[in-house]
Every structure is written in C-alpha cells, then in structure tokens.
Design a protein around this ligand. Sequence first.
Ligand code: GLP
Length: 241
Amino acid sequence: MKIIKCKDYEEMSKRAASYIRAIVTLKPNAVLGLATGSTPISTYKQLIECYNVGKLDFSEIISINLDEYVGLDDKNDQSYRYFMNENLFNHINIKKENTYVPNGIAKDLEAECKRYDDIIEKFGPIDLQLLGLGQNGHIGFNEPDNHFSFETHVVSLTENTIMANKRFFNSIDEVPKKAITMGIYPIINAKNVLMVASGKVKADAVEKIVKGNITPECPASILKYHKNFVLIVDEEAASKI
Ligand code: GLP
C-alpha cells in the first residue's frame, strides 16, 4: 500500500487526477472503475479541464461504475447515473455506450446483478479502480458484514450510510434503503486501485485500513492485500495514521 498525504482536498484531487491521467495516456482503451460520492468530484473536474485543453482523450475508454441506488432512474438527480453524466461523462468525449452503471430500476434485480457481472467479466480486469470511502469503511456499497460478498449484489444500506448520504436528499425518507453494488472481487482484481479520502469524518476508516486487520467489518481493509493500492488522503483524513 502506498499512502500519499496531501495538505487538503484540492491537492488530494490533483494527485488523484494525475494518476488517472497517466493511466488514460498510457492506455487509451483502459477500463476505468469509477466512483460517486462527493470526494471524487474535484478529481473529475480536473480531468475535464485536461480534456478541454486537449491533453486527454476518452474516446476509447470504457467505464464501469461501482453502484447505483435501487429505485432511482437516470433522470433522478440523486441517481449515480445522473451524477456520472453531470460530473464527468457529459463534459468529455467518452462514448455513452461505453459507460456502465447498474440499472437501479431493473424489474429483476437479481438478473441485473448477473448482467453487471457479465459486463465486468467481458471488459475486465479493470485497469484502474477509483474508490471513495464510506465513514464505516464501505467501498462502493459493500457494507460492513460478517463476510465479504464477491459478486454484484443487492444490499440493504446501513443506518450509518443512510445518515451519511441524507445530506444529498430533501429528507431522510427520500434516501433509498437499498442499492446494487459491484462485489469485492472485481475491486481486488483490478490492476490498480486508487482511493481518495478527505475530511475528519474519514479518519477512523482510514485508520482501520492502515492499522487494522483485514475484516469484512471494514470492507476497505481488504485493499491491504492489493499490490498496487494507492491511498490519497488529506491531512484531516490522515489525522489518525
Ligand atoms: C457512497 C458511495 C461510495 C462513496 C461513499 C462516500 O456511499 N456508494 O462509493 O465512496 O458514498 O461518499 P463521500 O465521498 O460523499 O463521502
């Protein structure tokens, strides 16, 4: 595990964007595993800026997102498909048909999980998996549990995650209680894993990754296994390591 400590969120985002830039430049048809949440927003902004000045080409890139809320469609501004379109895809030359996000309104959610695993299998292994970090150590929506789930699955969100994500919704009742998430396998099977974490609220989870044992009670702890795992943190997120 390589840890890069940065002064603040902006520096963290610049470092993360440089890493992604390098991958896209070296492998123009790379498969990027992408993440949502507030943390990668500025990283995506930097990538858009590079694209605007002609320094990046996404025309052959394939992206596979981690997760989606059950019940939200692509027009709902809280869906992760909407988030990705708004924060990245609409501003670069990636082909929309090459961008994958689980379908949160699929009638048969189990079939949707299987379909998503088939997509990952077809294009994988992922060249670079970008991850944010849940306050309780979740990655994607792989929540703390007594076992790791390796395949794409439907998950009931924990109270902690619902509380953490309610800031994006008008009220707590609007926060979906379920999600579809990529499992742990494609994440640890990715050639490179890059995690960004910012702010005091992430300090405990960062400490568990760095100092704790590998346990499904902190899903992100499994990344310690990965030989190309880079953790970029700002000072506050790094305050306990
Ligand atoms: C959600 C997403 C995760 C993300 C997490 C942290 O739960 N499913 O992929 O890492 O939020 O979000 P934030 O970066 O806003 O703290």
